[in-house]
Each structure stands twice: as structure tokens, then as C-alpha cells.
Design a protein around this ligand. Structure first.
Ligand code: ACO
Length: 324
């Protein structure tokens, strides 16, 4: 039997820091409103780097940490809802830039659940026995897609990328998972393409920028995602006390606080960094994981059991229980 394990973690964020006070210079908002409602104090906003540029930095950093050549990679999976282009995929650009000549590469779209969905997919590739190692990256340049005249959404998001090197292992590290979608709940949308051709009526262009029913998203996270995590623990027979940390998608500190209370799990078990980066969608979990490896919270020695949980547009939500 062959299993998969996360052997390296890395992240990269653009240099430019934009604080809540900076935002107040360009729209009718203020630090007090943003920080009390979301916990976010600043975010990184790309000046000239696109999504692939951030992801390429993560890929290079993972290879360097592992002392691997790019030609030793079998695949690159990249989760994003802000790709450079639909074709080529952002993953293909990473593949070319690092010279991963043997690797197949593709993008995966599941909004803020993207990294969890991609990691689960990649784990199956390795478990099949056909592939030995690959990169799973979450990368977003949200700033290029936001409606900067809409204060209710523009203040929430940031740019960044994070990822992991996944390799074959003789021991089981991925212990349990639950992936879910409810396409009937359209409370979070972006990137709608206009419909039409010379052979039909052209439809009115749809709203392309991100649109969100904030309250509905908040309630979805508290109710559905909390339930999903508790159900997964129950179904897998893994007690909450065995989970050292819960790495949840970093959307909003109030969501985290309320989920911890609802699930009756100590708040200290939920690391958070949205104060510094805002909501980076598919990148939020690997950025957080990478910071926790850097500060020694996560040792990557195979002895810490953690739960990763993403949730967002689709609606999508998914959790993995993994030994790191
Ligand atoms: N600055 C100042 N005032 C603002 C801002 C802003 N940036 N944005 C909205 N307001 C105003 C509104 O206009 C409204 O004013 P009004 O009462 O005069 O009409 C008032 O603040 C309250 O607005 P609400 O939308 O009701 O504020 P609410 O308390 O619901 O908080 C928030 C909004 C923070 C978005 C909340 O609904 C939330 O946290 N939702 C979760 C959504 C989320 O995290 N989405 C991230 C993407 S999804 C994901 O990653 C899972």
C-alpha cells in the first residue's frame, strides 16, 4: 500500500501592505468598522505580480526546501478563482516557469475550498501508485477582480499564495475527509461570463465582480461547516481531543470565534492570520499552515493530527483530517 504525506509547506505574499486606514483614503470606510466586524487589519495587494507569479515563488520555495529538481515532479495542482487566464491554466504557467518537464498540471476551481479539494484530489493520485510526488498550491490575486467601489466586499480580501509538496509514504497520513457542494445556494458569485454568439441573442452582460450576501455566508459557515466538522469527527471515530489544531479558511475572525463556541472546541486550537492578510480564498489555509511551520507550531514530523477545513463559493465546503 502506498499513502501520501505533506513533506514541505511554503507561502509567498506580495510586498505591498494595505492597511484599513489606507482603504479609508479611497472609500467610505474605517479601521473600526473593518476590524471589529472581520478581525482584518491589513492585507497584501499585488502591484505587478499576477497569480502565476505568486504561485511560481511558492513552487520554487517548496523545491528548494526539499532539495528536489523540478523534473522530479509528477504533477502540479493549482487551486484558484483568480487565474491569469483560463487557457493556459495558471498551473501550466508554473510548470513551464520552474521546468517541471515531466509534470502534468491543471487548475481546480472550488473558491475558498479550493486548496482542500485540490489536496484531496492529489492524495488520490499518489495513493493510486501511479505518481510519486507533486505540488498542491492555492494562489489568488483577488485585487484584480474586486469592485473597488463596493466597500462591503473590497475590504475583505487580499492577495497571496501557499502550497505543499505531497510525496508517497509507507504510512497513512490522510485519515478522513468530507467534501461537499450545494450549487443551489448562490450567495457568493464572481466572474460571470456574458452569454451570446452571432447565432443567438446576446444577453445583458452579467455582474463580473464578486457579489456576496454577507449574512447568508456567515450563517452558512457557522451552521453547515461546524456541523460538517463535527460529523466528520464522529464518522471517523477521531475524538476532538486528538486534533491538535483546526486550520480553517481565514475569512473572518468572528466566524472562527463563533464556530469554536458552537463546536465547543477551545479557541486556542484555531490558529488565525486574517488580521494580516484578509481573506485570500484558496491560499488562506496553506499560508496559515506555512506560517505555523515557520514559527514551530507545526513540526512536520508525522506526529501532529490536524483538521483542515475550507468553505466558500459554490457553495462548497470540505474538511480533511491529516497527520503532519
Ligand atoms: N465600512 C463601513 N461601513 C460598511 C462597510 C465598510 N467597509 N461595509 C458595509 N458597511 C455598512 C453597510 O452599508 C451597512 O450600513 P447601513 O446599516 O447604513 O445600511 C452597515 O455597515 C451594516 O452592514 P451589514 O452588511 O449588515 O454588516 P454585517 O454586520 O452583516 O457585516 C460582514 C458584514 C462583515 C460582511 C458580515 O456579514 C460577514 O462577516 N459575513 C461573512 C462574509 C465573509 O466573510 N465573506 C468572505 C467571503 S466568503 C468566504 O470566504 C467563505
Amino acid at each position: 500500500m502506498v499513502f501520501a504525506k505533506i513533506s514541505q509547506v511554503a507561502h509567498y505574499v506580495p510586498e505591498q501592505v494595505v492597511t484599513n486606514d489606507d482603504l479609508a483614503q479611497i472609500m467610505d470606510t474605517n479601521d473600526e468598522w473593518i476590524s471589529t466586524r472581520t478581525g482584518i487589519r491589513q492585507r497584501r495587494i499585488s502591484r505587478d505580480e499576477n497569480t502565476s507569479d505568486l504561485a511560481i515563488q511558492v513552487a520554487k520555495s517548496l523545491l528548494k526546501k526539499a532539495k528536489l529538481e523540478a523534473s522530479e515532479l509528477d504533477f502540479i495542482l493549482l487551486a484558484t478563482i483568480t487565474p491569469d487566464s483560463l487557457m493556459p491554466s495558471t498551473a501550466a504557467k508554473v510548470q513551464a516557469a520552474i521546468g517541471a518537464t515531466k509534470a502534468f498540471a491543471f487548475d481546480l476551481t472550488a473558491a475558498c475550498s479550493g486548496f482542500v479539494f485540490a489536496l484531496s484530489t492529489a492524495e488520490k493520485f499518489i495513493r493510486s501508485g501511479a505518481y510519486k510526488r507533486g505540488l498542491v498550491i492555492g494562489a489568488e490575486v483577488f485585487s484584480k477582480t474586486l469592485d473597488w467601489s463596493d466597500r462591503s466586499t473590497a475590504v475583505l480580501f487580499g492577495d497571496g499564495a501557499g502550497g505543499v509538496l505531497l510525496e508517497a509514504s509507507a504510512e497513512q497520513h490522510f485519515l478522513a475527509e468530507s467534501l461537499n457542494t450545494d450549487g443551489s445556494r448562490q450567495v457568493l458569485t464572481s466572474g460571470k461570463a456574458a452569454f451570446g454568439s452571432p447565432f443567438t441573442q446576446y444577453a445583458e452582460p452579467e455582474e463580473n465582480a464578486l457579489q456576496m450576501d454577507g449574512r447568508a455566508v456567515f450563517d452558512f459557515a457557522i451552521k453547515t461547516v461546524s456541523q460538517n466538522i463535527l460529523q466528520l469527527l464522529n464518522d471517523s471515530g477521531i475524538d476532538e481531543s486528538e486534533i491538535e489544531y483546526f486550520f480553517l479558511h481565514q475569512a473572518n475572525i468572528r466566524i472562527l470565534d463563533k464556530m469554536a463556541r458552537k463546536m465547543k472546541i477551545a479557541r486556542e486550537k484555531f490558529p488565525a492570520n486574517m488580521m494580516r492578510y484578509g481573506n485570500t480564498s484558496a491560499a488562506s489555509i496553506p499560508i496559515l499552515l506555512s506560517e505555523c511551520v515557520e514559527d514551530g507550531t507545526i513540526k512536520l514530523d508525522g506526529n501532529q493530527t490536524v483538521l483542515l477545513s475550507g468553505f466558500g463559493g459554490g457553495l462548497t465546503w470540505g474538511s480533511l483530517i491529516v497527520k503532519l
